[in-house]
Design a protein around this ligand. Sequence first.
Ligand SMILES: N[C@@H](CCC(=O)N[C@@H](CSC=O)C(=O)NCC(=O)O)C(=O)O
Length: 276
Amino acid sequence: MKQIESHRISGGNQGVWRHQSNLLGCEMNVAVFVPEHEEGARLPVIYWLSGLTCSEQNFITKAGAQRYAAEHGVILVAPDTSPRGEDVADDPAYDLGLGAGFYLNATQAPWAKHFRMYDYVLEELPALIEAHFPASYRRSIMGHSMGGHGALIMALKNPGRFAAVSAFSPIVAPSQVPWGRKAFSTYLGEDEAEWRDWDATALLSKAQERLPILIDQGEADDFLEPQLKPWVFAEEADRLGHPLTLRRHQGYDHSYYFIASFIGEHVAWHAKALMA
Ligand SMILES: N[C@@H](CCC(=O)N[C@@H](CSC=O)C(=O)NCC(=O)O)C(=O)O
């Protein structure tokens, strides 16, 4: 891994690293915040998944999470949102292709060659983090919007893998909303039965672990009704008895101003589970 940025912040270090991903077949950037820690200590890791149009930069420059990670002694890892490079398939729309990997493994040409963000986040990235940083094997995951969808499916599909999961304004039912239907039909094909394995609301009934979920949602979010519909997920969680805390906040929109307002509570939620 090659370091391309290094900044002192909240007593720790915010780095950005570039590495060759064998899985994605391209170079990837990943942001890693390491708090001040005792020599030889191994710290738990919170993975953050960003939304459409983002890179590894949005979270580290806008959310203000580093001070809370420093307080709790946890590492923060924020990967990019898709494979990148000249030979990676793309689309002119902002919600497909570069910056829009949807944290799944594509099965359709030309996407299947590089778009394997699910395997990347679940396997290749943690292996790198645990080999190159003072990271323990305690992991949790959170994200925003498309990244909230990513965090939810990673946790629901992998019982025992994550100590905690949370999301800001997640796409909870991608099979039922335009962003998700467009991405799933493009990356996974037209057979909607194949989509169920990548849809958080559909996965709830198959979950083998009732890991508590925290979701924060702004009421002034322009995407709330057309794309997010957290009530669909809440109704299914309620039906199944899956523990869900869904908090709806008056006046907050879809932006990182909302995330910055509540990120401290999310980091505390994760730290409590990671240290248990
Ligand atoms: N450009 C698009 C909307 C793009 C957008 O709002 N992206 C969000 C995530 S949306 C869901 O995944 C985001 O995080 N943007 C980056 C930021 O720093 O705010 C449009 O015009 O509608």
